[in-house]
Write a new protein. Structure first.
Length: 575
């Protein structure tokens, strides 16, 4: 036990972090554990260890826990039995009868530590006298939007990434203890016993209208210019948290801190850590979007979930049943960010041509994995409903009807479905790639209507990706002229080999620039990587927005091909 008079700044305290497969010992086990010894006077951790813990037979690690912790089965070879981990922890403590411990959310970890203590040292007293850092922070900073480990560490100036690994959490916990102990000293709490009494004392009453208080003063974002640009949120230690684009920097950044918007735990966690903003003004909202894309890929901010894909593009064959990461004579359709929806279109083509609805073909058609394919009877019923819903196909159900030209019919169907999906707010800008652990459906969850919805979505998104691929191959060597809806400024962008090489103002009556001869299509395809794809997709999205909102857009491709007005509008609708 610590001495009642020993100063917190000099007291050795164990910091402990557990990652588990469930919320309590009744519903899960310890997956990883880390610990170390520190003092409040320094954030440094001594005698640190972290270990994966061998799972009991039959224990399953969910996809969500895998994503959060980075666990996979290869780590099991380096894991230790729970009893051995407990003995290492106790040996490191030199079997102290009662040691002070600081744990971020002590109620959670202590449940698992008590379970281990009862199993592995049933005749000994529980060896930890623990305080909860979350409870301390809740008293010191009651108006802080979030007090999770990552939010609190970032607020106090320590960087912690999104993956929950115990070694990093132990370091963050030690840092938080170091900073909170200094704040406790300012409150007159200087010893372990005084801390215990302070924590058990009644809390001050909360105001009836409690308001969140963000670390960033509101005057900072309210003073931003009402102009397009890119903004960057920074931690106190300078870490980049987030990059965003804005048509109005002042309005967009202020919106992050508006109570009606900043409601998700993730958003509040990020906002809790923001201590500064950096901005770059741009000539247009379109150019802000392009700069945002480049900044995210270059700096990989912690809270940007999109545009960080460093993978390659895909190229498919004419039958849409084979794909490669680079184009060749057979695989010339692309570039594509995902193959799921195009492969589904290939499967639907085959089924409409009379190919038997095998389990594998059914799975591809509804964009799931073979083990979760719908039963044949359910799929056949859903497929029949899909045909009946499409005027271009419905006649094929009649006896003796002539065969349908599927390759001509499906693009027409796709355009109509894509318009309907957009109207319902269900269309995404890209087809979503599947994660094997999070499929769109399981084997027992299909019914004919769900099959119908998946078939329609696959046709719409698959053809959208194929049409977009053709468009991006044109856009990669082009000149783009545009005027934002609320601006009098006309801008010209020059794109060469998928890169923005020039951006300038131009006169309203200046003719479209002439371009050199287009490179061969095969050469243009071969240059695509994921960065180029995302850059041109972002440009395309912004051109759609400008046209939709009443601006002006024209695109010059090669020497003779110009797209503007209604022709360009029709083209952009499909991509």
């Amino acid at each position: 036990m610590p001495s009642a008079s020993e100063s917190l700044s000099a007291l050795g305290v164990w910091v402990i972090d557990c990652q588990t497969t469930g919320a309590s010992p009744a519903h899960g086990v310890v997956l990883e554990i880390g610990w170390g010894l520190c003092t409040a006077g320094s954030p440094e951790v001594q005698r640190a260890e972290s270990h994966w813990v061998t799972l009991p037979p039959g224990e399953r690690v969910s996809s969500r826990v895998r994503q959060l912790t980075g666990f996979d089965e290869t780590l099991a070879t380096a894991s230790l039995e729970a009893a051995d981990v407990w003995q290492r922890l106790r040996a490191g403590m030199e079997h102290t009868a009662r040691a002070p411990a600081a744990i971020h959310f002590a109620q959670f970890e202590l449940a698992f530590l008590r379970d281990w203590a009862m199993r592995f040292e049933p005749d000994s007293a529980f060896p930890f006298d623990a305080v909860c850092l979350h409870a301390i922070a809740a008293r010191l900073h009651p108006d802080l939007p979030r007090q999770s480990l990552r939010a609190l560490a970032g607020f106090l100036g320590h960087g912690l990434d999104l993956t929950r690994r115990c070694s990093a959490h132990v370091e963050a916990t030690a840092f938080i203890w170091h900073r909170l102990a200094a704040q406790l000293a300012e409150q007159g709490v200087a010893t372990w016993d005084e801390l215990g009494r302070w924590l058990t004392a009644p809390k001050p009453p909360r105001p009836s209208s409690r308001k969140r208080r963000f670390p960033l003063p509101s005057a900072r974002y309210r003073s931003l210019p009402d102009a397009p640009g890119v903004y960057r949120f920074l931690r106190a230690n300078g870490d980049l948290l987030y990059v965003g684009k804005a048509a109005s920097l002042k309005k967009r950044v202020s919106g992050h801190f508006t109570a009606g918007i900043a409601t998700t735990p993730r958003a509040l966690e990020m906002l809790t850590q923001i201590h500064d903003i950096q901005i770059t003004e741009t000539a247009s909202a379109l150019e802000a979007a392009l700069l945002e894309n480049e900044e995210i890929k270059r700096q990989r901010p912690l809270y940007n979930l999109q545009l960080t894909n460093d993978g390659h593009c895909w190229f498919m064959n004419a039958q849409l049943d084979s794909f490669r990461p680079a184009p060749d004579a057979e695989h010339a359709l692309g570039p594509l960010p995902s193959t799921f929806s195009p492969r589904a279109v290939g499967a639907i083509r085959a089924l409409l041509s009379g190919v038997e609805a095998s389990r594998s073909l059914r799975a591809v058609a509804v964009e799931t994995w073979e083990r979760w394919a719908p039963d044949e009877a359910v799929f056949v019923d859903g497929f029949r409903r899909f045909i009946e819903r499409q005027p271009e196909l419905a006649g094929s159900l009649s006896p003796g009807a002539p065969p349908i030209d599927v390759r001509r019919a499906l693009p027409t169907i796709a355009r109509r479905l894509l318009t309907a999906l957009r109207g319902a707010g269900a269309a995404s800008d890209d087809a979503k790639a599947l994660d094997e652990d999070e499929p769109l459906a399981s084997a027992d969850s299909w019914d004919p209507e769900r099959v119908l919805r998946h078939l329609e979505r696959a046709v719409a998104h698959g053809h959208q990706l194929l049409a977009r691929a053709r468009w991006l191959c044109l856009l990669c060597d082009s000149a783009v002229v545009f005027r934002e809806p609320a601006s009098q400024r006309v801008r010209q962008l020059t794109i060469e080999r998928g890169q923005l090489v020039d951006a300038r103002d131009r006169g309203p009556d200046e003719p479209l620039p002439s371009r050199g001869a287009l490179r061969p299509l095969a050469e243009r395809r071969a240059t695509f990587d994921r960065s180029q794809y995302d850059r041109l997709r972002t440009l395309t999205t912004e051109l759609k927005r400008i046209q939709r909102d009443g601006g002006i857009v024209a695109v010059q491709v090669g020497r003779r091909r110009r797209f503007a007005g209604a022709e360009l509008a029709r083209l952009l609708v499909a991509v």
